[in-house]
Design a protein around this ligand. Sequence first.
Ligand code: HPA
Length: 338
Amino acid sequence: MDPRLCPTSYSFEEIKRTVNFVLSRTEIRPMIGIICGSGLGSLADSITEQEIIRYDEIPYFPVSTVPGHAGQFVFGKIGITFVVAMQGRFHHYEGYTLLKCTMPVRIMHLIGVRYLFATNAAGGVNPEFNLGDIMFIRDHINFMGLPGNNPLNGPNLPQLGPRFLSMTNAYDKGMRDLARKVGIEMGIEEIMREGVYACLGGPTYESIAELIMLHTMGVDAVGMSTAHEIIIARHCGMTVFALSLITNKCALDYEDREPANHEEVIKIAKSRETTCCEFIARLVNEVQLIETKIAEEAAAEEAKKEAEAEKIKQEEEAEKKKEEQKNEKNKKRTFKKK
Ligand code: HPA
């Protein structure tokens, strides 16, 4: 195997070289990064003023090999917000190390992305879930990471983040609340869910015994991506929102005769593309409103500070002048007395 597919680590200089290539190819500096899950590639279609960089052009970059995943970055705008979407992501089962799978997230961070919206297709383990439901991920169980396969294994790059990372509130509560508000405004409450996502290695779908175990553990949806991307995003301080589109109902008993299959997953994902597109676009706009408000408040605060500093300066100058005049008068008086 090409050793570049599976490095055990890479240096900050190597990442910088990849980043510099991306920066040299576009002047767009996105605030939000979007990862399009299986069958959700058209999330990138609502991006205007598109500039495309194919993965196979980018130095050191992996190339996606899964049907239903294109392989490119789509830069551009949603509304007035600069975004970049990954049309195609990388999975461990393709042969890439988790470090390599998550390289695009680090690249997004280093070109200025501060929010990550990750999407995926997932099996519904929670029996109350229906096909086509959209689950906001509250938390994950990272089955690849638990026995020690973590994308942060190897030397830590302190320029990017800490050695030991807390995963508490990794899926930002504020973003989930915002997502719920957006869903209510769109009138899609009945298909909106929230829950725990389990990331398994794949590429096999889970056995029934495994699904029963996941259900017992409190898992709501299962898939083969996302958790490692979120770890890397949190490592470099991004604010994260993630959703699972429920594309199949997982069998929890041996009488179930409908095994999961990739074609069905893609078909259900495609049937929800329009809804997901609108949802993501609205969420982007909500984040933009918040960011604009924060920027305006910061500018107002700065202006207030400057005005206060100016007032103090003027008062000090007036005080100094008064003092000088007083001294002048005293001098004259002393002179007269003489
Ligand atoms: N299991 C794992 N990954 C998946 C599934 C599933 O049932 N559906 C879509 N991706």
